[in-house]
Design a protein around this ligand. Structure first.
Ligand code: PEP
Length: 257
């Protein structure tokens, strides 16, 4: 059977950066730079801070660039001061929600169990989760990369059916490569992506495994994007720092064509 041709998804995680006017200026510039990209082959998304989502959604109307959120709570509503729910994000026009980013795991007590609950909420509200997994430097140096990543994948996907998982996005983001300027080599990325796809085949079936998009994240820049995105199991990039500059983000997206 011929391998399935998966689209590439390049998503920009702005983290806690950009005021609303700054964010609008960024997406205005970005729209112009990516207007001629083949949207059926490379999809783009931006994940601004919650406060900017509504304004950015309006600015993206008529563009093929999709809207993503950086997190959400697992309950639909209730007494959870300071939290934002999945139906609220859906209502604003979000297509994707990033779940389990390593900064949430590291600084905000995110666990495989809460990642699973948030994923359930995202899917229940009709959006696509971008589920982040990845090992720390200590775990890599102790040769525990695949064990850690496989535990995170299994934890996030617990209780989901193959038909649901087939539409999910996973993001392999080695923690030691995030915001450090230190990128995984394309061979290191491909090895883990392949292992995740094989795990999906064991957990579900080969067809499901071939449909899931697996992004790479960790210091992706214009000069390393094409090489990483050229790996057979690397289906896109989750981009932090470089997504804050329209020119860099557009250049990374072009590396995925
Ligand atoms: C990220 O935060 O998901 C990320 C990959 O950041 P950076 O590109 O800055 O390493």
């Amino acid at each position: 059977m011929a391998a399935q041709v998966r689209r590439k998804l390049i998503a920009g995680n702005w983290k806690m950066n950009k005021t609303i006017p700054e964010g609008l200026a960024l997406v205005r510039e970005l729209k112009g730079l990516v207007a001629s990209l083949p949207g059926e082959r490379v999809e783009l998304a931006v994940a601004p801070p919650f406060l900017s989502l509504q304004a950015v959604a309006k600015e993206l109307e008529g563009s093929f660039v999709k809207l993503a959120a950086q997190n959400c709570h697992w309950e639909a509503s209730g007494a959870y001061t300071g939290e934002v729910s999945a139906p609220m994000l859906k209502d604003l026009g979000c297509a994707y929600v990033i779940v389990g980013h390593s900064e949430r795991r590291q600084y905000f007590g995110e666990t495989d169990e809460t990642v699973n609950k948030r994923t359930r909420a995202v899917v229940g509200a009709g959006m696509t989760p971008i589920i982040c997994v990845g090992e720390t430097l200590a775990e890599r140096e102790a040769n525990r990369t695949l064990e850690v990543v496989e535990r995170q994948v299994a934890g996030a996907l617990k209780g989901f059916q193959a038909a649901e998982v087939a539409g999910f996005v996973l993001a392999y983001e080695p923690v030691w490569a995030i915001g450090t300027g230190r990128t995984a080599t394309s061979a290191q990325a491909q090895e883990v992506h392949r292992a995740i796809r094989e795990q999906l085949g064991r957990l579900y079936d080969r067809g499901t495994a071939e449909r899931v998009l697996i992004q790479y994240g960790g210091s992706v820049k214009p000069d390393n994007a094409a090489e990483l995105l050229g790996q057979p199991d690397v289906d896109g990039a989750l981009v932090g720092g470089a997504s804050l500059k329209a020119g860099d983000f557009a250049a990374i997206a072009k590396g995925g064509v």
